[in-house]
Ligand binder design. Structure first.
Ligand code: DC
Length: 229
């Protein structure tokens, strides 16, 4: 029973701003928010740290089952992910962990594990989950499914801007080709690939800013939430 509200799924390719949009929307709706990519990243970070073979499903699953996973819901909309007592934050954002994450996210048992955890987290509703397979696999019955998109070129430009603002090196060509590679991996993955169908509300953010995207999704959610009352 969804006692706390509806489920909002936001899927889409890498670097499209699903997390910031999801967080902003959660604030407006007084909902909880979780980035499911962070859950995959947390496992990859641990696996990489102890030097596991990232294609060894048995070893990776043994680690996933050994880890103490905690999901902290406090007054903040963002659900905190805590693994073995460590709050997941900037340690998982580097390219090395990103690459390791792509490898473990291919594994069927890992996907089943994450999917079960995500279903448990979202069961009561009142939550926004962002990822690649939320509307297609984790919550196919989500009341609202959004497919957030932007052209690869625009996503690369945004990433360059973001890195430069942090005084970090940013090479457009390199970032652009990485984005194309990630898109291909997400779309061609054997289990739960990124895909959209007409159950999704499609939002192309290439030419509109974050606030406009949030307002557009908010209007759709509001109508739905009102209709439920
Ligand atoms: O959104 P992100 O970049 O943090 O995602 C990290 C990786 O996890 C990326 O390779 C896609 C994968 N992922 C996935 O397969 N399924 C999800 N629901 C979320 C992320």
């Amino acid at each position: 029973m969804r006692t706390k509200g509806i489920i909002i799924a936001i899927d889409g390719p890498a670097g499209v701003g699903k997390s910031s949009i999801g967080e902003m929307l959660a604030l407006k709706l007084n909902y909880k928010f979780i980035s499911t990519g962070k859950m995959y990243r947390a496992l990859a970070w641990k696996a990489d740290d102890i030097g596991l073979d990232l294609s060894d499903e048995i070893e990776i699953m043994a680690l996933a089952n050994r880890i103490k996973w905690e999901y902290k819901k406090d007054e903040n909309p963002v659900i905190k992910i805590i693994v073995d007592g460590i709050v997941i934050g900037s340690q998982i954002t580097c390219e090395k962990v990103g690459k390791a994450t792509s490898a473990i996210a291919k594994l069927r048992e890992v996907r089943k594990f994450m999917c079960a955890a995500q279903r448990e987290l979202g069961a009561d509703g009142g939550i926004i989950l962002e990822g690649r397979d939320i509307g297609s696999n984790v919550f196919p019955d989500a009341e609202i499914k959004v497919y957030l998109d932007a052209s690869p070129d625009e996503r690369a430009r945004r990433r360059v801007k973001q890195l430069k603002e942090q005084n970090l090196e940013a090479d457009y060509e390199q970032i652009f080709s990485l984005i194309l590679k990630r898109d291909k991996q997400d779309a061609e993955r054997k289990y739960n690939p990124l895909k959209k169908d007409n159950s999704y509300y499609y939002v192309d953010s290439t030419k509109i800013n974050k606030e406009e995207v949030v307002n557009e999704i908010f209007r759709v959610c509001e109508k739905h939430i009102k209709a439920q009352i």
